[in-house]
Design a protein around this ligand. Structure first.
Ligand SMILES: [Zn+2]
Length: 214
């Protein structure tokens, strides 16, 4: 039984890893493909908030932000810095973030948990497999519970945010070609998988990231 639980935990890690690879592969495929509207991700998010959000809502790209955050009191949507770009990945990130704001649902707890999973839980489980047999079972159970939470969060918050953003995007009619439509669909799916992927690789990727050139 303990062996089965450890195997299931390794399978859960594989699932998160596959999500991280899908997100990265999709963003890389569309990186540099300009949005035909000419808008940046931030400008597109602002347009969606103006159309469907509360009056006076706006979006800003925040330096160093790892994920978007909606501040309803200030009617301010904070975006990742790369949403200043005018390519499809930046625009899809803006649309997804606007979807979170329009639904009023964020993912702070999921992000915190992803940080804990990727920075501590998976490395500790790997170490326990080699050196620390007594910790294997509790760590594997914690890892399984964490992954289950991320999957529920994906279905209840992340995917609905992408769908709400896509609905609002259809309303402003800036997607002109079938190619661009396909790009947004793939990228919005990737945006909703991002926090599951972060649960495997978020913390190590942050450590390895080079500081942006100033
Ligand atoms: Zn999200």
């Amino acid at each position: 039984m303990p062996l089965l639980i450890v195997l299931m935990a390794l399978l859960a890690f594989g699932l998160s890893l596959a999500a991280a690879a899908a997100v990265e592969g999709t963003r890389r495929r569309w990186r540099g493909v300009p949005a035909r509207s000419g808008l940046s991700g931030r400008e597109l998010a602002t347009a969606l908030l103006r159309r469907d959000g509360p009056a006076g809502a706006r979006a800003e790209a925040a330096e160093g932000a790892e994920r978007c955050a909606w501040r309803p009191g200030e009617r301010l949507l904070l975006l990742r810095p790369e949403t200043r770009a005018r390519d499809l990945p930046a625009c899809a990130a803006g649309v997804h973030a606007a979807g979170h704001a329009l639904l009023g649902r964020a993912g702070r707890l999921a992000a915190l948990l992803a940080c804990l999973q990727s920075g501590f839980l998976w490395p500790a489980l790997a170490a326990s497999l080699l050196f620390w047999p007594a910790a294997r079972l509790p760590l594997a159970l914690a890892a399984l519970a964490g992954t289950a939470f991320q999957v529920v969060h994906l279905l209840r918050v992340e995917w609905p945010a992408s769908r709400r953003g896509a609905e609002s995007l259809a309303g402003i009619g800036v997607v002109e070609t079938p190619e661009e439509d396909r790009g947004f669909k793939e990228l919005l799916l990737a945006e909703s998988l991002a926090s599951l992927g972060d649960a495997a690789l978020g913390a190590p990727r942050r450590l390895l990231r080079r500081p942006a050139p100033s």
